[in-house]
Design a protein around this ligand. Structure first.
Ligand SMILES: Cc1cc2nc3c(=O)[nH]c(=O)nc-3n(C[C@H](O)[C@H](O)[C@H](O)COP(=O)(O)OP(=O)(O)OC[C@H]3O[C@@H](n4cnc5c(N)ncnc54)[C@H](O)[C@@H]3O)c2cc1C
Length: 519
């Protein structure tokens, strides 16, 4: 090991930077991030951050909404912590300088689908994430937090039962360095790049989940991947998110023939839960043979649309589309990784010394389906707890889960060459919004064959691909095991929830062998 720190934090999104700003009061801190500091999911977050701070709202209502959205798999303690600690974390963000939008001198609160009260704080209209990321990175710079950019964590270093450091590759020099630490915090975000259509930026490759899995930590709920119903679908344009709030404001979904179709699928029409809307859109796309449907806001007040959605308005205009005059072509896209590195409500993983927070972690606070705007909140609530725990009880870890069920080992077989595009297309087709046993089994075989023939990765692209492959296997194996439909996991061969499946699927890799268990 060349250098030693109290804390090494991997990732510079909201979870990593907020944890770093807290941890610096308790010891030396190093942040590793594989791109530039602001290259992360956080800066793309639009709608906002939930907190039950409005008149008439309460933590209990927020808990109830979170539990209801999670389709029977939300951990009640995690939901309680999330809602009860929300107001304090919002105060922290305000103190750090996040410029939340106000109305008549008070923080403005928007209402989003499945929230029973207005409780979503936003900044710059629909640019909440960009404002948070900019604020936190500026404070980190002022406070001299050391952030090593273009530095990819490639391996968690374990000695005996405990994590003692991390190995990282400097992309610019090609050199590998070991960083020793007392506390290693994974804040590496999600794995949206597993899918060929995603709202996530290129850095969202599930590295932290794969690193933790290889090190022997437990991974949970990987079959639950949230697909957002409406991402911009234009030739040459990234699938840019068109926020739920656009439908909340009165936007309607039309098929390419101009017919409004959501009322035929669900009585809540455009405001039905994300998974219901995503499946309905997919079905309508298949029936019409189109690769998109249309989201129409042309009937809404023009000035209001521009004021409420400046980023969406600007981005579409850059692609030649004036959304106040023309409907927006949209299709569903992979959006949020509900599963991840299993932690308790203190962000502790099952490996002493290793913590996880933010999208890469899984406290089961989202259960089978995340409530909109709970993810930004989750990052700060649990990052704060990670740092508190590291001070108060530095030597503890999450209880491991017994009763492991082995996964099938990777087996060599004939397979087309492994590329990122091939992997993403396979996941989209077979392990996407609508799944079935036959498709999942075919995907499992292909992924297993790819893994068996993988050559050891050397650089960032090959390491990201190897990590995506690990995540792809975890998602697929769990989806195959879960013979029911629940939350974001939908199987045509098991279209209803089944009581015996009201449990989590947990994977871990004891003795170098991939395995899993249900709990
Ligand atoms: C388009 C979009 C809109 C969204 N809108 C909302 C919203 O309105 N409200 C809401 O609550 N949530 C929203 N979300 C989700 C939310 O933005 C994310 O869940 C949250 O920002 C995750 O924060 P994070 O810090 O955990 O991860 P990220 O912000 O993704 O940061 C992860 C960091 O880890 C780094 N990293 C990854 N692997 C490595 C490695 N091996 N080595 C070094 N560094 C690594 C990355 O480069 C990055 O810096 C949205 C997401 C997207 C994509």
């Amino acid at each position: 090991m060349t250098t030693s720190y109290d804390y090494v934090i991997v990732g510079s999104g909201i979870a990593g930077l907020y944890a770093a700003l807290l941890a610096r009061e308790h010891g030396s801190v190093l942040v590793l991030t594989k791109g530039s500091v602001d290259d992360c999911n956080t800066r793309w977050a639009q709608g906002g951050i939930a907190a039950p701070i409005g008149a008439g709202d309460s933590p209990q209502r927020h808990i109830d909404d979170t539990v209801a959205a999670g389709a029977g798999l939300v951990d009640p303690e995690a939901a309680r912590v999330l809602a009860e600690e929300a107001a304090d974390r919002i105060d922290d963000l305000v103190d750090l300088g996040v410029p939340f939008d106000t109305l008549h001198g008070e923080i403005a609160l928007a209402r989003e689908g499945a929230h029973s009260a207005p409780r979503v704080l936003h900044a710059g209209g629909d640019s909440t994430g960009a404002h948070i990321e900019l604020t936190l990175s500026s404070v980190a710079r002022q406070e001299n937090v050391t952030v090593l950019e273009y530095t990819l964590a490639t391996e968690i270093i374990v000695e005996g039962p405990a994590v003692v450091g991390v190995r990282a590759l400097d992309e610019r020099s090609g050199e590998t360095t070991d960083y020793a630490c007392r506390h290693l915090v994974l804040a590496t975000g999600g794995a949206g790049q597993l899918y060929s259509v995603t709202t996530n930026p290129e850095v969202a490759t599930g590295n932290g989940i794969a690193l933790a899995y290889r090190a022997g930590a437990e991974i949970m709920d990987m079959e639950f991947f949230q697909f957002h119903p409406t991402a911009l679908r234009l030739p040459g344009a990234q699938p840019f998110l068109i926020s739920e709030a656009v439908r909340g404001e009165g936007g309607v979904l039309l098929d390419v023939a101009g017919e409004r179709f959501m009322p035929a699928y669900d009585e809540r029409a455009e405001l039905a839960p994300r998974d219901v809307v995503a499946r309905a859109i997919l079905d309508r796309m298949r029936r019409t043979g189109a690769d998109h449907v249309l989201l129409d806001v042309t009937g809404l007040d023009r000035a209001r649309v521009i004021a409420r959605f400046p980023q969406i308005y600007r981005t579409c205009l850059e692609h030649g589309l004036d959304i106040t005059r023309q409907p927006i072509p949209v299709s569903p896209a992979a959006h949020y990784t509900m599963g991840g590195v299993r932690t308790n409500v203190w962000g502790e993983t099952t490996l002493p010394g290793l913590y996880a927070c933010g999208e890469c972690a899984c406290t089961a606070v989202h259960g089978a389906n995340r409530l909109a705007s709970n993810s930004l909140l989750e990052t700060v609530v649990f990052a704060k707890r990670v740092v508190r725990r590291s001070i108060e009880r530095p030597d503890t870890a999450a209880e491991p889960t017994p009763d492991a069920i082995d996964l099938s080992p990777a087996t060599p077989a004939e397979s087309p060459p492994l590329t990122r595009d091939a992997l993403r297309a396979l996941m989209w087709e077979r392990v996407g919004i609508v799944r079935d046993g036959e498709g999942l089994a075919a995907a499992r075989d292909a992924l297993s064959a790819w893994q068996a023939s993988l050559v050891p990765p050397t650089d960032r692209p090959s390491r990201e691909l190897a990590d995506l492959l690990v995540c792809g296997r975890l998602v697929t194996e769990a989806a195959l095991m879960r013979e029911e439909s629940r939350g974001a996991h939908y199987r045509t061969d098991f279209p209803a929830p089944r009581e015996e499946w009201r449990r989590h699927i947990v994977f871990r890799r004891p003795d170098g062998r991939p395995s899993g268990r249900t709990a």
